[in-house]
Design a protein around this ligand. Structure first.
Ligand SMILES: [Mn+2]
Length: 341
């Protein structure tokens, strides 16, 4: 078993990791909970490649991908039923775009199995603690899909139009179509190469951008109209109760992108979107456009993580003691933390 905590983010590392994938008996690919375009794009590019090579493997994601990702290759292979995953069957686990082992949705079980299988950790989150036996982690990459592109390139894996489409989906998602701070000259260069390989931009944009119905937009309007500004620390926040989802007949995936949209707000330090989940937990999404603010530090208050400009957390409701109002609880906790800085 390899030593943990070594980052193999270099050409030699990428080759060693490919060798580990090729010699594994039965790999398990994992995309992170609440999957976004990056975790799906990067993992499905690899999935498609494994499938082409006639490999047997499984692909797990604890949350079912949103319907608008159904154009991606091999997406039908993703299993979201945790009871169907038996880690004992696998000699290798490949986590994609998971900033921590918790994001795999198999946290404790995977932690317990660490001596019996190998973990390859491919990611770009600043907060990644190199939990794998093999770590291919580059926080300066726009996306894990960008890292995956380089992995394919180094290992001379052919990038056809399906792989190119999957990888470009990841890059476009994490850079918000090349508008946020994750956008770099590398990400633009790679996107250009992916276009040459046949990536279907219009298919990606049609599916990811033009996917809202009128009910959803009206719901966004309601949530946006409830946005408040915290005067002392000048951050904007809004919150969605679980009952709001039910009464508006809105799925959770319909609010994907709401935090990004709200971050177009001028002159605030950061924004926070809170939403209540069915299973007694609260999800928080944080965004900032300010260079001197690191929202991953705020996410850490609640055990979350992410990037400087975009981060998230999940709080179990049983943590919220002594108050009936979870919104107040979370906002107060954030203000208390900001008071200390
Ligand atoms: Mn990502």
């Amino acid at each position: 078993m390899r030593d943990s905590k070594e980052n193999m983010h270099n050409e030699h590392g990428a080759k060693q990791i490919y060798k580990a994938i090729n010699t594994a008996r039965y790999p398990l690919l994992i995309s992170h909970e609440n999957p976004d375009g990056d975790t799906l794009g990067a993992s499905l590019a690899l999935s498609y490649h494994l499938n082409n090579g006639g490999r047997s493997y499984e692909h797990f994601c604890i949350d079912k991908p949103a319907y608008y990702f159904s154009f991606l290759p091999q997406i039908e292979k993703i299993n979201s039923n945790q009871s169907k995953v038996n880690l004992k069957n696998h000699d290798l686990v490949i986590t994609i775009d998971c900033g921590s082992i918790k994001r795999t949705g198999l946290g404790d079980n995977l932690e317990k199995m660490k001596n019996d299988l190998s973990i390859i950790n491919i990611d770009h989150h600043q907060s990644n603690d190199l939990f794998g036996h093999y770590n291919l982690v580059n926080p300066t990459a726009s996306s894990t899909s960008e890292i995956m592109y380089k992995f394919f390139e180094i290992n001379s894996i052919k990038i056809d139009k399906y792989i190119a489409t999957a990888l470009l989906t990841g890059i476009l998602s994490d850079t918000m179509n090349f508008t946020n701070a994750a956008t770099t000259k590398d990400s633009l260069k790679i996107a250009s190469t992916l276009l040459e390989c046949g990536a279907r931009t219009s298919q990606i944009l049609n599916n990811l951008m033009q996917n809202r119905n009128l009910f959803t937009l009206k719901f966004w309007g309601k949530i946006l109209s409830q946005t408040q500004i915290q005067p002392e620390y000048n951050f904007a926040y809004t919150a969605i109760d679980y009952d709001d989802f039910i009464s508006a007949k809105i799925e959770r995936e319909d609010i994907d992108g709401l935090a990004n949209f709200l971050s177009t707000l001028q002159d605030v330090n950061f924004i926070l979107v809170l939403s209540e989940e069915e299973d007694a937990a609260i999800k928080g999404s944080l965004r900032t456009t300010k260079d001197n603010i690191d929202v991953s530090k705020i996410a850490k208050i609640f055990g979350g993580g992410g990037h400087k400009k975009a981060a998230g957390f999940r709080v179990e409701k049983n943590v919220i003691i002594g108050t009936l109002d979870w919104k107040k609880f979370i906002i107060t906790a954030i203000i208390n933390e900001l008071n200390k800085i």
